[in-house]
Design a protein around this ligand. Sequence first.
Ligand SMILES: [Zn+2]
Length: 263
Amino acid sequence: MEPRTNIPPPPPDECVRQLNTTISWHVWRSEIFRVLLSTLQRRKGEGGSNLIHITAKSCALFLYRLRQQGLRSETLTAEWLRSWGLLAQNKSPSYRYRIPATLEYLRRYAVDVAYVTQQGSTESQSTYKRRLYDTMHYMCRAATEPKVTRITNLWPQTTWPTVWKNLGEAPVPGATKATWYKVIHDTLPTNVRFFRIRMVLTDTCRKCDRTDRRRHRLTECGKGEQIWTWTKQRLAWILRTIPERIHSCWLLRPHFTLWPPKR
Ligand SMILES: [Zn+2]
């Protein structure tokens, strides 16, 4: 008897939904404008934050565990996997119908494992597990989402890997990074937005009387203007030019590489 593998993934939709609701609550608490979970589930270098994708993780664990059982000698699973040729790379998922319908989980294994190259002889367990998860994640995403996120579509010229790397390595507190993350994904809860959904009476800023847009929050309100002027001067100094030559958009959408890299 090997009961642990007898329930094949994917997990029931209701379980995934409940887990995602809990995760979302922990990440965002009372935030109203949130970055989508599907965005957070991307890798750090792709604008996400490596958040777990429940279905992909569950499928990857299933594949990994079944394969580990298959590699042990004299287990029933090992015999089955060997007799249906599932321990070697098999590129034809239709082969699964030779497996009895009562062994649904082995059929599922036959389909999924065909997309993953076998573990290399020098590949560590953790790299192999990561590869299983990445493949399952890619398959889940391909089934449900467009491949390019909105933010990437809006500014296709931006070198996004550099932006995400800079954000990750910037020498600022985590809370500041979180704010910048929201700014870049354009989910900052400004009064213009609240006004549009009738949560406030006016779209003007609470501190001054100007319209409370994203740019106002960043560069115009409070100490914003001073901070950006200072930044412009420093940048001009680094680039050995005058502040007038530094365009404002350079500060808001930087392609610069931070140096030295974080250790
Ligand atoms: Zn203001």
